[in-house]
Design a protein. Structure first.
Length: 163
């Protein structure tokens, strides 16, 4: 038997972060200087939105729902994260490409941690579809690999070819 209230709080946190993750994916996709990265991130946005929908289903399965206050806090944190100085005051810094890709990779790593928790619970709990969680874990693994390739490519552009 799972502790539904604690798990609900845990999943609410993951749901809130996923809302910020979607905003970050959209912004990074719109503003990456590399067209390959822009295209890849744009294609990941839909997948990340589907994953957030899965989180909402898991919340509903345990009798919980997304927390509007947590969602607002995560949304605000993502917006405040845009204010970090990256060596440019007026325009976007090339360093932003690297930093955003690192942030995206970290959000996907955190998401994968949540999927692994639910996958572990699915072994004993009928509320969660193990096959769906296996699919979500596979998606997260592929996203991490792709984001790492994009990140290292951006790092090469920014640090090796700087004027």
């Amino acid at each position: 038997m799972i502790e539904k209230e604690r798990l609900g709080n845990y999943l609410q946190d993951h749901y809130a972060v996923s809302s910020a993750e979607i905003e970050l994916f959209r912004r990074a996709a719109d503003q990456q200087s590399d067209p390959v990265a822009r295209t890849a991130l744009t294609s990941m946005v839909e997948q990340v939105e589907d994953e957030r929908a899965a989180l909402e289903r898991f919340l509903l399965a345990i009798g919980s729902k997304p927390d509007p206050m947590k969602n607002a806090g995560a949304w605000l944190a993502e917006k405040l994260g845009r204010l970090k100085p990256n060596g440019e005051l007026i325009r976007r810094s090339p360093l932003s490409d690297v930093v955003e890709l690192e942030a995206l990779r970290l959000t996907v790593e955190g998401k994968a941690c949540g999927w692994r928790v639910l996958r572990s619970l699915a072994a004993d709990e009928d509320l969660f579809d193990a096959a769906e969680l296996d699919r979500l874990l596979d998606h997260a693994g592929r996203q991490i690999e792709h984001l790492e390739e994009l990140r290292m490519s951006a790092a090469d552009r920014v640090f090796k070819h700087a004027p």
